[in-house]
Unconditional design. Structure first.
Length: 414
């Protein structure tokens, strides 16, 4: 029996490792396995490959190689940026961020708040946009850092980070952006953005999980988060993960080469997927502004259904999508991003995110479009949520819940 084909629409969660990346990494498991911090030539040879990789990832974001610190992931990069800004400026104990940041930022800020630091979380409007006047008004003499993501991981909405950074410069405040979802999808240039700190994660652009970077602008005061040896010029202790660094470099090189064509193709597929569903499925709305946003991301709210039930039925067809960030999967709470945008808990729970990538094909989109409208109709027919609709007074909520539970259990059991 042949394996079921996977139709993958969750590229904001992770991406498959590109064959070219695997090929670049293999020698560092079999031939060039030495410790790059060693004093002998074998180690120095390996260290040279790290610096070549550093130059490649620096080129992806328009940075100088010496401004790149390799980390283990985007979460570490985000935590390090906030930690460094506060520790390097001990007289400043205030951070400004937004209500729609990744959990890596929100949870670290909450950790700080519980220890006496102050955090201001800025709201967004119904389209997911930030009020720059409100941001400027939130800055204080003791503000150490403003941290605003470049692209939202759930809606794809882009934030005006260059304008945010300009405000920060005028006020003498450091500016950090979480660009994890942006790199490889849109052009990212730290000089044009004007930020002091920027985070990336390699597994969002066809490199392995477990490697990321933090851009630290020249002459920015920096306090390491992980302390130990002299690795990364003393900015991050720990033996270097050479194969993954090399893989990240190769992935960055490929992303830069293919950016324009990939963005155009994926954007066209995303638009066809989204526009078809909005036209074919009544009571469906887009979450967040249509533009500016990432070309690969579509967040749609399907009224009167639970996203988890939709995802279960899609999974049985080999279709992978999500109800939001992979880092919050398993939570019973509605998406904090969608709630911050003003969505009701019911609508937020009926929202799905489709994030396309370089491996997404026209056939994949056709397959999803052939099945999803029918799934939504089927679930609405048995959904107690339809009782909330003014035209649906015929629904018996208790009976509908019982029918839905029975049918979903039957489906789950095959």
């Amino acid at each position: 029996m042949s394996e079921r084909k996977i139709r993958y629409f969750d590229n904001n969660a992770t991406t498959p490792v590109a064959p070219e990346v695997v090929e670049a990494m293999l020698p560092f498991y079999t031939e060039l396995w030495g410790n790059p911090s060693s004093a002998y030539g074998f180690g120095h040879q390996v260290a040279g490959h790290i610096e070549a990789a550093r130059a490649k990832v620096a080129a992806l974001i328009g940075a100088e190689p010496r401004e790149v610190v390799f980390t283990s992931c985007g979460t570490e990069s985000n935590n390090t940026a906030i930690h460094s800004a506060l520790m390097a400026q001990p007289d400043k104990r205030h951070v400004v961020s937004t209500m729609v940041e990744h959990s890596a930022n929100l949870k670290y800020c909450e950790f700080l708040r519980q220890r006496g630091f102050e955090v201001t979380y800025l709201p967004v409007d119904g389209g997911g946009a930030l009020d720059l006047g409100r941001l400027e008004a939130a800055l204080r003499p003791d503000t150490a850092l403003v941290s605003v993501m470049l692209a939202n991981n759930e809606t794809g909405v882009l934030f005006p980070v260059a304008e945010v950074a300009a405000i920060c410069r005028r006020k003498g405040v450091l500016c950090h952006t979480d660009a994890v979802q942006a790199a490889g999808k849109i052009p990212v240039d730290v000089r044009q953005l004007g930020v002091d700190l920027l985070s990336l994660s390699a597994h969002k652009l066809h490199a392995p999980k477990g490697i990321g970077l933090l851009y630290v602008k020249r002459r920015t005061r920096f306090q390491p988060y992980l302390m130990g040896g002299h690795q990364e010029k003393g900015r991050r202790g720990g033996t270097e993960n050479v194969a993954y660094m090399v893989g990240f470099g190769r992935a960055a090189e490929l992303a830069l080469e293919r950016l324009a064509e990939s963005s155009r193709r994926i954007g066209a597929l995303r638009d066809r997927l989204e526009e078809t569903l909005l036209a074919a499925v009544p009571d469906t709305v887009r979450n967040g502004a249509k533009e500016p946003r990432l070309p690969n991301t579509s967040s749609l709210a399907f009224d009167f259904v639970e996203a988890e039930a939709v995802l279960m039925l899609l999974d049985q067809l080999g279709i992978c999508a999500s109800s939001g960030s992979a880092c919050t999967t398993g939570s019973l709470d509605p998406s904090h991003v969608l709630q911050a945008m003003g969505l009701s808990p019911m609508r937020a729970r009926g929202s799905l995110r489709f994030s396309l990538g370089s491996t997404t094909t026209e056939e994949d989109v056709d397959y999803l479009l052939a099945h999803l409208p029918g799934i939504i109709r089927r679930l609405r027919a048995i959904s107690p949520l339809c009782a909330a609709h003014p035209d649906n007074d015929r629904y018996d909520v208790a009976a509908a819940r019982a029918r839905q539970a029975k049918e979903l259990t039957s489906l789950a059991n095959g």
